[in-house]
Design a protein around this ligand. Sequence first.
Ligand SMILES: [Zn+2]
Length: 490
Amino acid sequence: MLALLIPGPLSPGNDIHVYLQPLIKDLKELWEVGLETYDSLSNQRFDMHATLMSTISDFPAYAMLSGWSTKGKIACPACHYETESLFFNKSHKHCYMGHPTFLDLSHPWRRNKRYFIGVTGQRHQPVRLTGIETKELLCGFRNKCGKLQKITKQEKEVPWKRVPIFFKLPYWKHCSLRHNLDVMHIEKNVCDNIIATLLDLPGKSKDHANVRQDLKALNWMPELHPQLLEDGKEVFPKSRFSMSLEEKRLFCQVIKNAKLPLGYASNIARCVQVGERKITGYKSHDAHFLMHYLLLVAIKTTLSKDVAKPLLRLCAFFKGIWKKAIDPQDLDYLQTEIVETLCQLEEIFPPTFFDVMVHLPIHLVEEIKLGGPVGIRCMYAIERYLRELKSDVRNKGRPEGSMAERYLAKECLAFCGRYLNRSNNPSDNNAVDPSISNTLFPNIGRPIRGKGRNRKKKDYGFMMDHITRAQVHQYVLFNCDSEEVERYIE
Ligand SMILES: [Zn+2]
């Protein structure tokens, strides 16, 4: 992994493929030649082969790895050329609507004109590009390296930015799910959009004066058009989801006062400012928890039934896809749920609410069918590991060097630790003095250091050698009255 530790403060952008070359070379060798490996169970050596099945990254990095630009009017990599979007001049944003095209052809809403007027017609939902199709599309495409390259207007129109280096792997074009959408980031962004719009947070809310002007220019959602008063002032009518000050306060209060089991979530109450009616500064896992549990209660308490219902369905959808084991029969139901929910939300929220992150959940069920449960394809583990790497930085002038050095030190210690632990066996004639392992791993025999008052006390904790520890352990076992322990004593 550290072979790809890229130096420099800036993201390499599309040039990441240059840094990926050593990795691709190794992967190619692993596929074609294999690596001699020892199997301790059968005491034999064999040639181990390995494949890269898919990649996982956040949405901007998705563009770097897949070569498909995730910006502009065809930003969705799954809908590709058939992405439904509209540019709003005043808001200066692309909005990705047209979710009714994803409805089943026999769905009753297909016959309802209100979903299909002028926008989508009786169109079918887009079909994902296969690896072979992508490779054919990119045949003859010339990669441009370096950030100082001039891009012509014609090149800007093309959604492909470069040929992904992964196509050098002979099997890559046959992989059905080559790049995963990261559910962690999608969930966080959707949660941000909902909270900011419902609480009307300045600068973050998706319902603002510009979008109202856009709606008037397009003659959409007439109930939201700005109205001119006699004195020349413009008034913006209230939307269906707007809350009074008292309702916003109640919304915040519900989240602030929630009592959660210990260790279940971080202290979300710290992000809620009831007086200012704000919820800010929460992390990805907080958003995950809000979407699954707390937002449901707050929405039910404050919003009207017609607005609350689609939002509750959206929360239930996210809860449904995060299950560790999903019955394949439930997946079709989840897909119908998300399509219907987004169609209903299109009627309630202004178009700016539908940025690409709100559109992406529509493809998540398909990705579960191709790649398995969400839990094994999300970025929580990777983000935690990145945090660990960042904590290794001691010299901030040379962060990459610090990480590489610390990583190597940890690997060496882990190797030594394994060797020393094994030699603690008293029957082993070559046993190494256990005290050496204690100097390497000073926490052995110590109680776990806790937070709180005791943290500052210098005399906190004590060193216990292995023999004493075994004696204490034996003493406790032999002096327990419990029936469970008796079995072991016998
Ligand atoms: Zn799409």
